[in-house]
Design a binder for this molecule. Structure first.
Ligand code: DX5
Ligand code: ZN
Length: 230
C-alpha cells in the first residue's frame, strides 16, 4: 500500500455491539471507514480486558480493508506473532509496555506487518526519537488508554505537532486516539495527524440496522478534519 498523508478515519470497534462484530465491521466499512481499529487490552497494562488473538482472527474475514490492531498489553513481545497470524495489517505496541521498544518494533516488522508505536499522554515525545525509522505509524494517545468515551486531553496537540516536525518527509503516519469527534478532529488535523481513531463518536446514535448514522458520524469527523488540514 503506498503512503498517503490524507485524512483517514479509523472507527474503534470497542464502541460496537459486542454480540455482533461481523456486521458492525461490515457496516462501518460500507459507511466510509478507511481503517478498522481493534483495541486489545489485558487488564494489566490497562484496567480493562478485550480481545485475544482468536477474537481478532474471527474479525479478519469481515474486514475488507486495513485492520489496525492497537495492543495495550504488557509484556507485548510474546504476543506479536499471534496477532500477526490473526490477520492484523498493522500492529501498534506501547512504548511504555516494556524496556525494549526497538526490539519490539523489529519483532513486528519481522512478521511482515506494519509497525506502530504508541505514546501515553504522560510520555514525552523523545521516547520515539531514536526508533522513528522502525515505525510506520506513531500513535499519540489523546486519552489515557483503557476505555472509550473519555475526554480529549488538549496538551497532546503540542506533542502531535512536534512529532509532525520530527517526521518531516518520512512515510510515517501520525495517529490520534481518544476523544476524537467533530470538535476535536480539526485540532488534531491541524497539528498534523492523518489517522483519526474514533469509537463513541462513530457508533453513537446508530445500530447495524440504522448504519447510515455511522456514515453521517464518519462524514462529520472527516469533513471537520479535512477543512482544518487544508
Ligand atoms: C482507548 C482506546 C480507543 C477508544 C477510543 O483506550 O485505545 O481506541 O476506543 O474511544 P473514544 O473515541 O470513544 O474516545
Ligand atoms: Zn485504540
Amino acid at each position: 500500500m503506498s503512503f498517503e498523508r490524507n485524512i483517514k478515519i479509523a472507527p474503534s470497534i470497542l464502541s460496537a455491539d459486542f454480540a455482533d462484530f461481523g456486521r458492525e465491521i461490515r457496516a462501518v466499512e460500507a459507511q466510509g471507514a478507511d481503517w478498522v481499529h481493534v483495541d486489545v487490552m489485558d487488564g494489566h497494562f490497562v484496567p480493562n480486558l478485550t480481545f485475544g488473538p482468536p477474537a481478532v482472527k474471527a474479525f479478519r474475514p469481515h474486514v475488507s480493508g486495513f485492520m489496525d490492531v492497537h495492543l495495550m498489553i504488557a509484556p507485548v513481545d510474546p504476543y506479536i506473532e499471534a496477532y500477526a497470524e490473526a490477520g492484523a495489517d498493522l500492529i501498534t505496541a506501547h512504548v511504555e509496555s516494556g524496556p525494549h521498544p526497538h526490539r519490539t518494533l523489529q519483532a513486528i516488522r519481522a512478521t511482515g506487518k506494519k509497525a506502530g508505536l504508541a505514546l501515553n499522554p504522560g510520555t514525552p515525545l523523545e521516547a520515539v526519537e531514536y526508533v522513528l525509522d522502525l515505525c510506520d505509524l506513531v500513535l499519540v494517545m489523546t486519552v489515557n488508554p483503557g476505555f472509550g468515551g473519555q475526554k480529549f486531553i488538549h496538551s497532546q496537540l503540542d506533542k502531535a505537532a512536534r512529532l509532525r516536525g520530527m517526521i518531516g518527509d518520512r512515510p510515517i503516519h501520525i495517529q490520534v486516539d481518544g476523544g476524537i469527534d467533530p470538535n476535536t478532529a480539526p485540532l488534531v488535523a491541524k497539528a498534523g495527524a492523518d489517522v483519526l481513531v474514533a469509537g463513541s463518536a462513530v457508533f453513537r446514535g446508530g445500530t447495524v440496522e440504522t448504519a447510515e448514522v455511522y456514515g453521517e458520524n464518519i462524514r462529520a469527523i472527516r469533513d471537520a478534519a479535512v477543512a482544518a488540514a487544508g
